[in-house]
Design a binder for this molecule. Structure first.
Ligand SMILES: NC(=O)c1ccc[n+]([C@@H]2O[C@H](COP(=O)([O-])OP(=O)(O)OC[C@H]3O[C@@H](n4cnc5c(N)ncnc54)[C@H](O)[C@@H]3O)[C@@H](O)[C@H]2O)c1
Length: 373
């Protein structure tokens, strides 16, 4: 804590690791009345009672034993620690800290533990990071983690795909007028330009790159041409993460900023699964549990192998369009500003696309007609 305060006073950017229970640290920060600007939590609360979250007051080994020998007692201690955890966070936010859920089910499990985590409307006191950050900045605008794997296993092919992605994004940046979209493209250009230098490849020759529907389709089409003319030596497999614009129904994470009530439904993953299958995916999956745990989320995913043929071009254009636009449409129906703008753009670009756009009602008129009830 002393190091942290001194770095902050001297405006030195640094990163400090604390080995111990996070609740002991938060409580000590409260006791010393330290001002914290931003706070979140990265324990594995999607799996709270089997080692994702450790109770305060027990060593790692003691926790492991208790978990196996007396799981009920372990659960009680986890929930007790969570209540203390939230108490410390609530105190710091009352002093001005901004706190958000990192997508690790902190809010969900704290609520289940009976912690003081709800506001007067029955919602959570704090946002999930998708509500405040990823949703408005990326997902509503169709930007999400597109990815690909070079089946040749060659570095030279991966480098070629990087060059293609960089070229396509540079062209898109020149064409783009919307400042929000320009910022996204600029970030993604920086990422792809530096990806190779940072040796990000783990095992397979794969890359991940945030891109919107246009970006994904144009990059994929260019890769397909490169396979056809031999610049890339073998087929490329396209995919995406489940943590994306569409394909995942997860009310505490990916769909947390869909506030029209439909975040509790699980139909988008099914629509992605069925639509992707019909439009040409090489394989599809409909599954459960992605990122936040079994029973909390429904996921639809795909893999699409492109091999340089005209058929691959037809499939990639049809399928990638659906895979992204399906989610943008849903976000637009929820009246999310960025998504309404994005779906209108998508209709301008593709005259075959017709999506109903919500007509926004002035809240004052509604209040006047039906009152607060
Ligand atoms: N927002 C995102 O994009 C995103 C991405 C990946 C993962 N997640 C979520 O974030 C969480 C963490 O992911 P991970 O891959 O780092 O998990 P992990 O299990 O590798 O790491 C969690 C760590 O928290 C520690 N921990 C548990 N209880 C603790 C306590 N009381 N005090 C201090 N440390 C404690 C564990 O020992 C472990 O080292 C998961 O719930 C995951 O689903 C979110």
């Amino acid at each position: 804590i002393d190091k942290m305060i001194s770095a902050s006073d001297n405006k030195i950017g640094t990163s400090i690791g604390y080995v111990g229970n996070i609740v002991d640290l938060w409580e000590r920060i409260v006791e010393r009345e330290v001002f914290v600007h931003l706070g979140s939590d990265q324990t594995s609360l999607h799996n709270p009672f089997q080692g994702g979250y450790f109770p305060a007051g027990l060593s790692f080994d003691e926790s492991q034993s208790l978990m196996h020998e007396n799981p009920e007692d372990f659960k009680e201690q986890v929930q007790n620690t969570l209540r203390r955890h939230v108490q410390a966070i609530n105190h710091l936010t009352s002093q001005g800290m901004f706190f958000w859920d990192y997508g690790n089910a902190f809010l969900l499990e704290s609520g289940r533990a009976g912690a003081d985590i709800f506001n007067e409307n029955g919602g959570y006191r704090y946002p999930s990071y998708v509500e405040d950050i990823m949703g408005p900045l990326c997902f509503d605008r169709g930007f999400g983690p597109f990815r690909w794997v070079c089946s040749s296993g060659l570095d030279s092919d991966l480098l070629e795909t990087d060059k293609i992605a960089e070229h396509v994004l540079s062209e898109m940046l020149e064409e783009e007028k919307d400042v929000n979209v320009r910022q996204q493209i600029q970030d993604n250009l920086k990422w792809i330009r530096e990806a190779d230098a940072h040796s990000l490849v783990v095992g397979s020759k794969a890359r991940i790159l945030y891109a919107d529907e246009q970006g994904r389709s144009r990059i994929a089409a260019e890769m397909n041409r490169a396979i056809a003319d031999g610049r890339i030596t073998a087929p490329v497999i396209l995919g995406r993460d489940h943590h994306d614009v569409s394909g995942t129904d997860s009310p505490y994470r990916e769909t947390a900023n869909i506030r029209d009530g439909s975040k509790w439904t699980a139909d988008m993953s099914v629509q992605n699964f069925v639509g992707d299958a019909i439009r040409g995916a090489t394989w599809v999956s409909l599954h459960n549990g992605g990122g936040v745990g079994w029973g909390e989320v429904s996921n639809g995913g795909f893999g699409l192998l492109i091999d340089g043929t005209n058929d691959s071009e037809r499939r990639l254009k049809s399928m990638l369009h659906w895979d992204v636009t399906n989610g943008v449409a849903r976000r637009a129906w929820a009246r999310n500003d960025g998504a309404i703008a994005s779906i209108k753009r998508a209709m301008d670009i593709n005259s075959q696309l017709t999506v109903t756009v919500p007509e926004l009602v002035d809240d004052a008129i509604l209040d006047d007609l039906i009152g607060d009830e």
